[in-house]
Design a protein. Structure first.
Length: 143
């Protein structure tokens, strides 16, 4: 990320060796891993949570295409119904970790399939009031 770019929210990812890594949490009591970081475990209610980097590659578990402008709020994009571009949304299975809900870089249904290999990327989302490019995470089909 450059100085003119900001994350859509703090604490969702970090960049390691120029590669984004989602930040999750793992329960010390039962080993359950979740994204985003949680203060307690959804499985056993344990509070011994450790922060972990999640895998950057996974498989598309399920997907859809968001074909209409989401309600704002909670959606924070600045598009209007006239310039909205549909986008893919999916659940991505990160091996050995968890399933993450994410935007997809692909929005054409004929190019998406369950069990498709995908990788984590950062993509432009909007521009904030100070003129910074706001980035979000997404998963892109593996080439």
């Amino acid at each position: 990320m450059s100085a003119s770019q900001v994350p859509v929210a703090d604490g969702l990812w970090r960049v390691v060796d120029d590669e984004p890594r989602l930040i999750g949490s793992r329960c010390g009591a039962c080993g359950e891993t979740r994204f985003p970081v949680q203060g307690s475990c959804a499985r056993c209610a344990g509070t011994e949570m450790e922060t972990v980097d999640l895998p950057t590659n996974g498989t598309l578990w399920s997907w859809t295409v968001q074909g209409f402008l989401p309600k704002n709020p909670p959606y924070a994009g600045r598009e209007t119904a006239l310039d909205f571009v549909p986008y893919g949304v999916g659940y991505v299975d990160l091996p050995g970790a968890c399933i993450v809900e994410s935007r997809l870089t692909e929005n054409r249904a004929e190019h998406l399939r369950i069990e498709m290999p995908v990788r984590l990327v950062l993509v432009p989302f909007t521009t904030d009031d100070e003129g910074h490019e706001v980035l979000t995470f997404a998963f892109a089909p593996e080439d």
